[in-house]
Structure formats: C-alpha cells, structure tokens
Design a protein around this ligand. Structure first.
Ligand code: SF4
Length: 526
C-alpha cells in the first residue's frame, strides 16, 4: 500500500489507480552547476509539464558512475513547474549517515518519490578513481526508508512519506542471474518497496515474464516497463555490453545500424519502434512505462504517445519486432507457442552441481563450532571469550584471519557472513560489497565490474546454495549492514559475544527493531 504522502502527486495517484496508465520520463543531468545541458533539460521538463501526459520525470544520480548535477537541485526546480519528480537514490557514493541526512532534506523539500538502486560502479573523477562506497545496499536503504516512513526515528522526528521504487532486471539469460534478480525483488518488496521499474530491454517475453512473476508470487506492486530509445552511439555501446545490465539483441542492433545510415540517422525508425514497444508493454499489462533516451524533444514524445495509441489494438501483431536473438537463454516460465510470450507453467530449474570439498569441509566446521547445537559450540565459545581478554587475543585473531584469508580471501570485516553465501565472502567476491545482492549489472554471469575476469559473487553463491537445496532462501529476509566498528577484530569472538550481524539489533535509526533475518544459514534437510 502506498504511503499517505504530505503532498500526494500525480505519479503516486496514477500508480495507485489500476485504470490509469503511468507515463514517466528519465532525465540525465550533465556535469556542472550551470550549463546548456541543464537549460535543455529544464526546457524539456517545462514542455512536459505544459503537455500534461507525462506525470513525472525521474532524475538520475551520477549516472554511469560519473559526477553530475545532483537530482535534488534540478528536482526542486522541476517540482515548481508542477511536474512530479522521482529522484534516483544510489548507494555507490554515500555512506548511511550521508544518506539519512539527504533524506531528511528531501522530505523537507517535497522530493518524496524515489528510485532506490545500487548504481553503476564509480568511474574516473577528480584526480583518479573515486572510492566505491556501497556502505548500504538497496535492501538496507528500503528498510531505512520504511523506518523513517513509520516515524520510528527518535527525537520527535515526524514520519516521512517516501514512495519507494526499485529496479528489476528480467533481461538475464542464465538461471542463477535471473533467479537472484527475482529473489532480490521479493526481498526489496518485503523490506517496503512500493513499485518497480524494469531495466531497459528489447525482449517482449522477458518483459512479460517479470509481470507474470510479480503476479504469480502475489507481490502486489505496480510495475513500469522501461522504454529506452537509444541513438546509434548508445546502441553500439549497449550491443558491446559496455553499459551494465543493458542488452540489445544482434538482430535489433543490425536493424538500428542499417537505419542509422538514413538521412535522419534512423530517428524516425526508432520513434516508430518506441511507439510499438509502448503499445506492446501496455497491451501485455504493464501499469505504465518509463521512457528514456538521448536527444529527445517534446515533439518526439508526442509522436510516440500518439502513434502508440493509434496502434494499441494491434499490439499482439507488433510482438515479432521484440523477439530475442535465440531461445537459448533461461526463462522462468514456459513459452506460449501461440503468443510467443509466457504460459504460467514454470520451467524446471537445473539440478544443482555437487558441492566442492572446500564447501563440505567448511560446512562441517561451521556445524560443529558455530551452530548452537554443534558438538564443539560451547567449548569454542568459552575459549574465544576467555582468550579475548588475554595476550592471546591477537594470536587468536591472526589464526582466524590467516586461515580464512587462505581459504576465502577474508577481508577482515569482523562480521563474518561466509555461511550465508555458501562459504563465499561477499566483501572479497562482490565489487560493490553488496550483502543483499545482486546488482543489475552482471553480464552472462560475469561481474559488471570485471567482465570476463570474475564471476558475479551472487551467481556463485546461488550455485553453492542450490547444491544444498536452499537457494530460494535468498528470496526473503536480509543481512543487516556491516558494523564498521568491528573491522579488524575477530569475527569468531564477535559472533560468540553477540556483537555481529547474527545477533545485532538494527533497522530503525537509533530505535531498536530487529530486522527479519535471512534464514539462508538454516539448513533445508532434503
Ligand atoms: S559481484 Fe555481482 S552483484 Fe557484485 S558488483 Fe559484481 S555483478 Fe554486481
């Protein structure tokens, strides 16, 4: 159920009304405080406000990992035009305290619609590459927002009314990547998300799959289909998989390439395609579309919206244009031979690979020493707590750290989550240190940040947990954020002393309400 906002805007009203079709548009601010790019962006927003069909614009937050004008600055100017604003809120550049103070400010100035994303990995900035922050992940941010919306912040802080949007990327063609995207969506909704926007794509069956998954699992949130209109330069980058999470089928790119050789460099053709795609998304049941693209003007949007309405009834005939290259990839539902979309029958998941020796060894040690019913649990607890206050404290720390560094590339966080990920360390394995991943950027199972070099931590964790039959435990609960005060201390001692994430109370800023713990470590006895 959407929160009762202080000043309900059109965006939330359309989201809330199944009979209404939400139209939003993505603006990507440029660099600097004053530039011709900002003037063009504001002019376009003014045109959309005057036109009235687009009910909200979203404003990106350092898109592509580059430093650009912050969304709240230009957002306030656009709100004053009477157009609703959705502010992208990414995790890549700010820690949890900066996030909270920003949110207090946004609540005050009326920026209540958010799109919470991990964000693209930070790219080159002032004097070299910036530090990738990712102090919180999207599930943490949603939990924080939910606490703020419930007015659980101490000190007489009034409840906020943030409308929390999240991203979902169905354009994954391996089972592990796709299932982890859907599991993460469920966790985000459980934490308090109100609506979803898909990643951009050109595969109608995948768009339909996301809709059906939300329906089949009764997730109960409105979904907007992302409709992106790339010019040939951007299309080329996407086709080269240079933009994280964005996939263009070969046949689609070849057509775009041919079209780009025409006098208008393919502009008319891509607007026509966008009109067809909008009709298809509306026809298959999306509650709205989120339009984006470079160099678009109000006249282009007018053409797309008008043409889409004109061809709305023929949408099933337009499906052929949005087919994937091959049917090779993994789809959650079986194909409907009649429509080319999906039936409600699910495809069988592949059998899990048998776990490695290291996995079996780690699991044995874990069950003997760290599970409360483990044979050596009490002895280990006594020893660790006793040694913690003696000169053997550092030797114990080094015994732990060296053994875990050799086996798991331990990063010494003091708050170990190995058991939750099938004995794979997210601090070492995930370039964004996500504790409730994945992000949306993986490419054929490879990490967005190290394509072709390093497989996505969550793909590996899925395969590991699947081997013991409980990968779907990733679909609920969440791992609390790291407590950086534990860095450099023994995780063993922190565990037994009840200082780590397993025992820690967290959630409400300074209020104590335990989060729903992810039961990933609880064994499912087959
Ligand atoms: S390991 Fe996976 S979740 Fe982490 S940054 Fe890479 S692609 Fe994203």
């Amino acid at each position: 159920m959407l929160p009762q906002p202080i000043s309900p805007g059109r965006f939330q009203a359309t989201l809330n009304d199944p009979a209404d079709f939400t139209l939003s548009f993505e603006l990507v601010p440029g660099r600097g405080g004053r530039s011709t790019v900002h003037t063009r962006t504001l002019d376009l927003a003014q045109d959309m406000a005057a036109d009235g069909r687009i009910c909200a614009v979203s404003i990106t937050d350092n898109a592509g990992g580059h430093a650009t004008l912050a969304p709240d600055v230009i957002g306030q100017e656009i709100l004053a035009m009477g157009l609703d604003v959705i502010s992208h809120f990414s995790c890549k550049d700010k820690n949890r305290n900066k996030m909270e103070s920003l949110l207090y400010g946004w609540d005050r100035i009326g920026l209540h619609n958010l799109l919470v994303i991990a964000g693209d990995f930070p790219q080159k900035g002032y004097c070299g590459h910036p530090k990738p922050v990712f102090d919180l992940d999207t599930v943490h941010v949603i939990d924080l927002l939910s606490h703020l919306n419930r007015g659980e912040s101490s000190g007489g802080v009034e409840a906020t009314s943030f409308c929390i949007g999240v991203a979902i990327s169905p354009f994954k063609y391996t089972e592990a990547e796709l299932m982890m995207q859907y599991y993460k969506l469920q966790r985000k909704i459980e934490a308090g998300a109100h609506y979803g926007i898909t990643q951009l794509g050109f595969d109608a069956r995948k768009y339909h799959e996301a809709l059906l998954y939300v329906e089949e699992h009764d997730l109960g949130i409105p979904l907007l289909g992302n409709l992106f209109i790339p010019n040939i330069h951007v299309a080329r980058l996407m086709h080269r998989r240079a933009i994280p999470g964005c996939v263009i089928p070969d046949h689609m790119f070849e057509r775009m390439d041919r079209e780009s050789r025409s006098a208008d460099r393919g502009k008319k053709a891509r607007l026509e395609r966008a009109a067809s795609q909008l009709a298809v998304l509306k026809g298959m049941g999306y509650g709205g579309v989120h339009i984006g693209g470079s160099g678009l003007e109000m006249a282009d949007l007018d053409f797309i919206l008008t043409q889409a309405t004109a061809r709305q009834d023929q949408w099933p005939d337009l499906l052929a244009e949005f087919e994937p290259d091959t049917a090779q990839g993994f789809y959650y539902f079986q194909k409907d031979p009649g429509t080319g979309l999906n039936r409600k029958q699910k495809n069988a998941l592949a059998k899990g690979k048998s776990p490695s020796l290291l996995y079996h060894f780690s699991d044995l040690i874990h069950n003997l020493i760290f599970e409360p019913d483990g044979y050596f649990y009490n002895l280990a607890k006594k020893c660790c707590l006793a040694l913690d206050n003696t000169i053997l404290r550092r030797p114990l720390f080094w015994l732990e750290h060296l053994s875990k560094f050799i086996l798991f590339a331990c990063r010494n966080c003091g708050d170990c989550t190995l058991a939750e990920y099938g004995y794979r360390c997210p601090q070492a394995g995930c370039a964004k240190y996500l504790l409730n991943g994945p992000c949306g950027g993986s490419i054929d199972g490879w990490c967005e940040v190290y394509p072709g070099q390093k497989r996505c931590h969550y793909v590996l964790a899925y395969e590991r947990l699947k081997s013991r039959g409980n990968a779907d435990n990733f679909s609920h609960g969440f791992i609390p954020p790291r407590d950086w005060s534990l860095k450099g201390a023994s995780s063993w001692v922190n565990f037994y002393a009840g200082r780590d994430h397993i025992h820690r109370q967290c959630g409400a800023p300074e209020n104590q309400s335990p989060p729903k713990k992810s039961p990933v470590s609880q064994k499912k006895v087959e």
